[in-house]
Write a protein that binds this ligand. Sequence first.
Ligand code: ZN
Ligand code: ZN
Length: 217
Amino acid sequence: MSCGAEIHNQNSELCDKCLSDIEVNVASCRYCGRPWTEGTTCGECRRQRPVYARLVTPFVYGGTIREMILGLKYSGRTDYLPFFARSMVWMLAHRDMLSFDMVVPVPSTFKQFRRRGYNPPGLLVHEIARMLGVPEEHHILVARPGAGQKGKGRAERLESRKQAFFVRPGWMLEGEDVLLVDDVVTTGATVQACAELLKGAGAGKVYVAAVARSDGG
Ligand SMILES: [Zn+2]
Ligand SMILES: [Zn+2]
């Protein structure tokens, strides 16, 4: 599926070569989901817990998975969605994280949306909500056009990400638990900012799921 090679193993959508270049995110921090092998909680979460309750990703960002995510984000490879969504649901079940009231995507800006014709996290949300029979809500979070992405320090990055989104006026949650979905989590500043906004709008617990996590930041 990823490289276009013919597949001989009928239990897999990927050829052996692509499969061998996938890293499943098994040993990870129980809070932020970053690859972590020294105990259950990473150093950063020991100092300060994230705003969200827990974050899970089935894969570590790199190799075949990185190629596939870039394909989804920039080359219209929406045919990867079922594989991504199934893997995410599998990891949510594996971590006993299937209890939430709605699924919400990290939004694209209008410009990104117009360029791609779709919001990759939004498509993932649609698949996951359908698989689990949970309501999906695409309009609560809005991406602010032209907001800066960059920032050097952790606090600065989080602050600039917080400026990048807002909750649509009039939206209020009443303690519902939310699963927030992104395609890839790198520093975590984006999902932290969105989780904080959801909490501010009245969400109960916010869980996060993405296809892949890098151990950066
Ligand atoms: Zn392949
Ligand atoms: Zn952590």
